[in-house]
Design a protein around this ligand. Structure first.
Ligand code: ACO
Length: 331
């Protein structure tokens, strides 16, 4: 592809539902303990969407913040890409519902499914559209309401997930801009597609009384197999973009990885040999919000004045599929 323009992040926002579910609360629901969850995952609490809150409601709030923080107005948006595995409906897309909520129409709006790597995939797609001149301001959302598809009788999964939304505006950069999406790398290894799965509700296993009774509409996961693949695939994705851009880990001001498990974040940090002060972590507050972890952490770090204009940031993620990816940018 001939790159005509550069892309940059011009705004960020986030929304977390009010309800907090602590590890102590979970002790009353399943056979677990605060000590086990903190030691094995680093998580202390997570946010849970209200009964009447769907993915698009969370995404809309995060999008408003992202637009407010950017120099653009909502009418300047010319594409919406929403990454989610817990959409309002199987169809229409959550992106189309957000478009309607924002009072916009007549431009492309679509969802993508790449598990927890969803936002990194979506940002990479947005980058291509901006670089080839086909769009100027793309709203890129990562949103999940995983609590709605979690089995609260399964201690292997229910302690891990939370709800939330992160939104980002990816815009065409001016020639004089130092801000730029430098490079991205996305990949998938479908041989592991059964390790993290919502079995029922699609064409393979349509919804029936049996699927509901057997809890097949909720997340099923083989956690420790994913653990090993997570570190390997994120390391590979980081290595690829750094090497391609003749950079090393010393050039990075901040690393944000998918917030799935504190031990995975630490293992990746150790493998990359990055100073742990440069690694942004908020897993203790929000747990794993899948496609939303990275845009939420990014927005939080920018608003807390950690990540500043001109800083070099490396993002890395992995998720259902199994998918993986990285994004390297200067804010
Ligand atoms: N409380 C208490 N004990 C538990 C709990 C719990 N909540 N969950 C599991 N255990 C028990 C298990 O039953 C097992 O007991 P046993 O030895 O008697 O059989 C023991 O703890 C150890 O289980 P493991 O699965 O080996 O524990 P592990 O150290 O691997 O931690 C975990 C499990 C936290 C799931 C970890 O493997 C992990 O984080 N994996 C990655 C998962 C992940 O990233 N998923 C998201 C992917 S992203 C996306 O697309 C949504």
């Amino acid at each position: 592809m001939i790159v005509k323009y550069n892309a940059k992040i011009s705004g960020t926002g986030r929304y977390l539902p009010e309800k907090i579910l602590t590890n102590k609360d979970l002790e009353k629901i399943v056979d677990t303990s605060d000590e086990w969850i903190v030691t094995r995952t680093g998580m202390k609490e997570r946010r849970i969407a209200a009964d009447d809150q769907a993915a698009s409601d969370l995404a809309y709030e995060a999008s408003l913040q992202a637009i407010q923080s950017s120099p653009i107005r909502s009418k300047d948006i010319d594409m919406i890409i929403c990454a989610t595995i817990s959409a309002d409906h199987a169809f229409p897309s959550t992106a189309c519902i957000v478009q309607q909520k924002l009072g916009l129409k007549n431009f492309p709006a679509f969802d993508i499914s790449a598990g927890c790597t969803g936002w990194v995939y979506a940002a990479n797609i947005a980058k291509q559209y901006i670089e080839n001149g086909a769009a100027e301001n793309i709203l890129v959302i990562g949103v999940e309401t995983l609590s709605k598809i979690t089995n609260y009788e399964d201690r292997n999964t229910c302690v891990l997930f939370g709800d939330g939304a992160g939104a980002t505006i990816i815009s065409r950069a001016e020639a004089k801009d130092i801000s730029q999406l430098i490079d991205a790398d996305i990949s998938a290894d479908g041989t592991h597609n059964e390790l993290l799965i919502q079995r029922a509700g699609g064409s393979r296993m349509p919804a029936s009384q049996k699927t509901v009774k057997e809890n097949l509409h909720t997340v099923q996961m083989e956690g420790n197999k994913i653990f090993k693949l997570a570190v390997k695939s994120m390391y590979q994705a980081c290595h690829t973009v750094l090497k391609r851009n003749h950079m090393d880990v010393q050039s990075i001001d901040w690393l944000i990885t998918h917030q799935a498990n504190m031990r995975i974040i630490q293992a990746l940090g150790n493998k990359l040999k990055i100073d742990e002060k440069k690694v942004i972590v908020n897993i203790e507050k929000y747990a794993n919000t899948s496609a939303a972890t990275i845009p939420i952490a990014l927005d939080e770090a920018i608003r807390n004045n950690k990540i500043r204009h001109g800083d070099i940031v490396l993002l890395a993620s992995f998720g259902a599929g199994l998918t993986s990816g990285s994004l390297l940018f200067r804010l």
